[in-house]
Design a protein around this ligand. Structure first.
Ligand SMILES: [Zn+2]
Length: 295
């Protein structure tokens, strides 16, 4: 089944909510980067959060989420946009830690608890918007929540979860983001918070066969839900041989000549999707001429 995200309004518009099934999307990232279970969960949770944050943008706008903690995972970088596209990587894809005390994947152990959580939004304006907060949890969901509260002044509850199978493949991945709009009553907040506390992780609900719509209905504890949009989400990288060629040209003619003389070609690997792009000596000769033309 295709992954998708739903957007909804509840309680007369005082509560905005998103839920996403990103199972195939995170599974593709796992295959492309050969992530082991703890890395899979850390990267997957960041991708799920970035998808929901991206869903708040308009079509062509895009954002980058960077999680830079002091744990063995290193940096996690995820790009997403208003059209449900997401791509990302984790510096160290091969982390497999013992389960934590709660019997869950130890994402905090991989990410670390010191460092920064940054969101950069490209809204088509001259300067991108950038917000940065310290990492407060390392479990990712709480870090999205803290970022939204502090940097965007939007009280939210964010849940992101990834269920990894024993062979490291992704069983399910998904999440929810519930945002309180100004004027929401304490009663509504209490009702939703109580429901959140008694609800299982989204990845388990997805594993039981629940849909994002059903998950939101349950989390929001009301029938007063207006589903606004259902948007497909997918792993998508826009890298290409042409784009990397432009980067090679900026290295300059001398550097390109060295690639021809020493390596008789070049290979570029996209960090986001792992695709490889090969450049023959003839390709490089063309790029060298372009570099000379730009000099
Ligand atoms: Zn790529």
């Amino acid at each position: 089944m295709t992954d998708y995200l739903v957007k909804a309004l509840a309680y007369n518009g005082y509560v905005r909510a998103y839920a996403v099934d990103a199972t195939s999307t995170v599974a593709e990232a796992q295959r492309r980067h050969d992530t082991w279970n703890t890395s899979s969960a850390a990267l997957g949770r960041t991708m799920v959060g970035a998808l929901m944050l991206g869903a708040t943008l308009k079509g062509d706008d895009k954002l980058t989420v960077k999680v830079q903690g002091d744990g063995p995972a290193g940096q996690i970088v995820v790009d997403s946009n208003g059209q449900g596209d997401v791509k990302g990587y984790i510096d160290n894809p091969h982390i497999s830690l013992p389960l934590n005390e709660a019997g869950k994947i130890d994402v905090r152990g991989a990410v670390g608890t010191q460092g920064f959580f940054t969101v950069i939004k490209d809204l088509g304006l001259k300067d991108p918007f950038s917000g940065q907060v310290p990492i407060v949890s390392g479990e990712i969901g709480e870090d999205f929540t803290y970022y939204l509260a502090v940097s965007e002044q939007t009280p939210s509850a964010v849940g992101v979860s990834v269920l990894v199978d024993t062979d490291d493949t992704i069983k399910t991945a998904g999440g929810f983001m519930i945002q309180m709009m100004p004027g929401v009553t304490d009663e509504v907040i209490d009702t939703i918070e109580a429901r959140l506390n008694e609800t299982a992780r989204i990845s388990n609900l997805l594993d039981e066969g629940q849909t994002p719509e059903e998950i939101l209905q349950n989390l929001l504890a009301t029938d007063d839900i207006n589903f606004l949009e259902k948007m497909p989400v997918q792993f998508k990288c826009d890298s290409s041989k042409e784009k990397f060629a432009k980067a090679i040209i900026t290295l300059g003619a001398d550097e390109i000549q060295a690639m021809i003389d020493e390596d008789h070609g070049a290979e570029a690997v996209c960090r986001f999707c792992g695709d490889k792009y090969e450049y023959s000596e003839a390709d490089l000769e063309v790029l060298k001429q372009a570099a000379l033309g730009e000099a």
